[in-house]
Design a protein around this ligand. Structure first.
Ligand SMILES: [Zn+2]
Length: 82
């Protein structure tokens, strides 16, 4: 397996959809290619960050934040800044 093939299969590998034969080749390449080890690690980190952002935007935001809470937060901020 070449680095180019490795990169093409990386998403399938991480999602567990890679056929066993290709997965074995993938693991062999990982064992001998530090560049792709780093690449895979960066790729995983990117996916993790992406998921976190997605979850953050997916979290339901309360329709109405109580006005008293908003005022309390603003007052606290002003105290910190003052
Ligand atoms: Zn490689």
């Amino acid at each position: 397996m070449t680095c180019r093939e490795f990169a093409e299969f990386m998403a399938d590998y991480l999602s567990g959809e890679l056929p066993p034969a290709q997965r074995a080749g993938f693991d062999r390449h990982l064992a001998v290619c530090p560049t792709c080890v780093t690449y895979l690690r960066d790729y995983e980190a990117t996916i993790r960050i992406g998921r976190q952002v997605f979850q953050a935007t997916d979290t339901p935001v309360p329709d109405a934040v109580p006005e008293s809470l908003v005022q309390a937060i603003l007052a606290a901020r002003e105290r910190e800044q003052g």
